[in-house]
Design a protein. Structure first.
Length: 67
């Protein structure tokens, strides 16, 4: 274990396995579930459909989908 800054919000935390603090990790998981649910219900959706329907920025969608 070591101290590091969260890559999401910058807060100092004890890094165990994740580079995100617990709050940012929880938010990241919730956002990925939103993307996953949308894609499950709309399998032919494109990136711009995700941006328009979820309200996430293009950068955020690419980050969550790992493009």
């Amino acid at each position: 274990m070591s101290l590091s800054n969260c890559q999401g919000c910058g807060v100092l935390h004890i890094q165990q396995k994740n580079v995100l603090c617990n709050d940012c990790l929880k938010q990241y998981i919730e956002e990925t579930h939103i993307i996953k649910d949308f894609l499950y219900n709309h399998p032919h959706a494109n990136v711009m459909d995700l941006v328009n329907e979820t309200g996430f920025s293009l950068k955020k969608v690419k980050e969550l989908v790992n493009w």
